[in-house]
Write a protein that binds this ligand. Sequence first.
Ligand code: C6P
Length: 412
Amino acid sequence: MSALPIAPVFDVAAIRRDFPCLDQQVHGKPLVYLDNAATLQMPSVVLDAVSHYHMRDRANIHRGVHELSQRATASYDATRAKIAAFLGAQSAEECVYTKGTTESVNLVAWSWGLANLRPGDEVVITQMEHHSNIVPWQLVCERTGAVLRYIPIDKRGALRMDVAREIIGERTKMVAAVHVSNALGTINPVRELADLAHAQGALMLVDGAQSSPHTPIDVVALDCDFFAFSGHKLGGPSGVGALWGRAHLLAAMPPWQGGGDMIAQVKLERSTYQPPPLRFEAGTPNIAGVIGLGAALDYLQSLGMDRIAAYEADLLKYATARLSVVDRVRPIGTAPLKASVYSFVVDGAHPTDVGVLLDSQGIAVRTGHHCAQPVMDFFDLSATARASFAFYNTRDEVDVLADALEKVIGWL
Ligand code: C6P
């Protein structure tokens, strides 16, 4: 349940006032922040929740009988139910606090993967994964003798589902796929992948780092087994996120890190462990981060994820039309289903130069390989420039970007 009432209309001007960082000049120009796929700006309610913890409730959690620890524990624990509601999960106990998507994938790879993968088993990922959904599987496959396979993409940056149907077979034990590509914006048919995985008795992990900020998530409808996301991409603090997993799968998984809070009893000879989610949460966590994440989820729910999705879909459509007519601009990633990301190259110019010159105009975009080097290899590029949109961006800002691009391209 959201702590804030749902906004009756999607009032972008009012929403922008909730984000203090947006209201500034950069290099003498009004900031146009279009690097939301890297990190979303933080609404005041999150800043307030984090600072309230530090100013009034700062204490360790699950460890103190004193008032401050009780208050901190209550706020910290409350985020779990908010995550469950945000993801459409059946139980808060299925939601494990992590450092973010990267740690969530690593948790599954190192805990479930080491315990379950055998030589000859196959883990299937896609060619458009972020490195955080490639490297953990490479590491665990090396140790277990399992084989890592990938589903290729086509020239538009869409998944080759015809190949997916051939690759996902009786040896497959895990399918791990990104829901929305950070480098291309492609929305993947993860429900279809989950059906293919389950038909073979395999599990399905969804990297939701880029879908969770832009679309309503329902893990039951997606029928996945694990779902990973990051707090900072949702307007929460960095260094915090979550892994959702089906209760019976989490219950069967061994700990992957040991320390305080995850144990039932410790003897010098051996230890016993808490049930999930605590089993996977060793050590003093990012308490303020988890509290801030709870406030961020409340904030997004108050805007309405379906409204956010509809608004951003319109903005991306506008941006695609507006930017695609700028001379020498070539979009990278033109799949039929996309969210929030416009990656592009300027023919004859390096993306870094484009990024630096746009910055001189007050416009923040990301340039580079976006931690998705296999995508760059596929398109025979070393980098792209990427404008990524959020619910507080406007068509006016898209126009500013398009006009600035025309200007800087003239300089290059
Ligand atoms: N993408 C981007 O600019 P962490 O770092 O754990 O919060 O998120 C990792 C991650 C995983 N999957 C996807 C699809 C992602 O986009 C990201 C983070 C940022 O695109 C930083 S590289």
